[in-house]
Design a protein around this ligand. Sequence first.
Ligand SMILES: Nc1ncnc2c1ncn2[C@@H]1O[C@H](COP(=O)(O)OP(=O)(O)OP(=O)(O)O)[C@@H](O)[C@H]1O
Ligand SMILES: [Mg+2]
Length: 300
Amino acid sequence: MSDSDTFEDDPAEQWPDADTQATLDRAAEFEYHSEDLDFESEHANGAWSIRCHDVVKRLGGIPVLNGLNVAIPDETVTVVLGPSGTGKSVLIKHLIGLMFPDSGDIVVHGQSVPKLTMPELLKMRRKIGVLFQDGALFGSMTVFDNVAFPLRQHTDTPEGKIAQIVRQRLADVGLSDAERFMPSELSGGMRKRAGFARALVMEPDIVIFDEPDSGLDPVRTALLCELIQEMHAANGGTYIVVTHDIASARRIGEYIALLWRGRIVEAGDAEKMFSSENPFVRQFLSGSAEALAGGFASLR
Ligand SMILES: Nc1ncnc2c1ncn2[C@@H]1O[C@H](COP(=O)(O)OP(=O)(O)OP(=O)(O)O)[C@@H](O)[C@H]1O
Ligand SMILES: [Mg+2]
């Protein structure tokens, strides 16, 4: 087994050009989205699972989250789309209480995350599955033990039942034959799928994916997107997929939020976003995936 299916984004791509950058920066001065944002209303599919109000977080003196407002609908696949370095992973850390805002609030299923006590926070995290950017598998444990870990750590489930659940999840992600492998023996795509199986094992209400498509070639990215859709159709819940890849957003996003310089500049149902008149949204969503991946990194 090798890493031969990993895929390096080409840093030589130069996007956005000067005109596009100027448009994006003009858009960033004004948060279009917050005008229509009515936290008290309900999304067409039901309630909002997560609401972020004016979240500010400075890291190293830089406002990484810069007055971020967004609501994530329940029972929906939401894509948070943003170039590299715009604060996507930092946002995820705020949603699960691994980082806390300097000001503003993050409300998950009606609970203010920064106000939770540690036991309350741990309880909340059990209902959230996270697929971290690199899979975050424990290198010294087999795939089976990695996927079993949350159940052993947080529940009293007997080993026989754990084995049943783990094997079901590994079958779901197509890794039935790899349960005895160590993470170092897996390809990049297999590591992501193992991370996905582990994220689902506690039957979470919310599943968060940090760049599930990074480092994968386009074919494996498409397969992983399909898997995310299938698992959402089978299990329901709130799925949040954070990515810089427009193709992935188009493929799986039912609701899309665009992140630029620490703010959600626009968000809405995918259909509305892909036919938006907003120049920022049009510019952003018309860029090619490879160009976005390479070009944005230099902006921050
Ligand atoms: N713990 C930290 N201390 C200081 N700066 C940080 C810290 N974590 C993140 N940053 C900075 O915050 C910014 C946003 O980082 P973040 O990891 O959220 O980006 P991202 O959108 O996830 O990027 P990528 O697409 O490359 O994963 C970056 O400029 C990064 O250097
Ligand atoms: Mg990140």
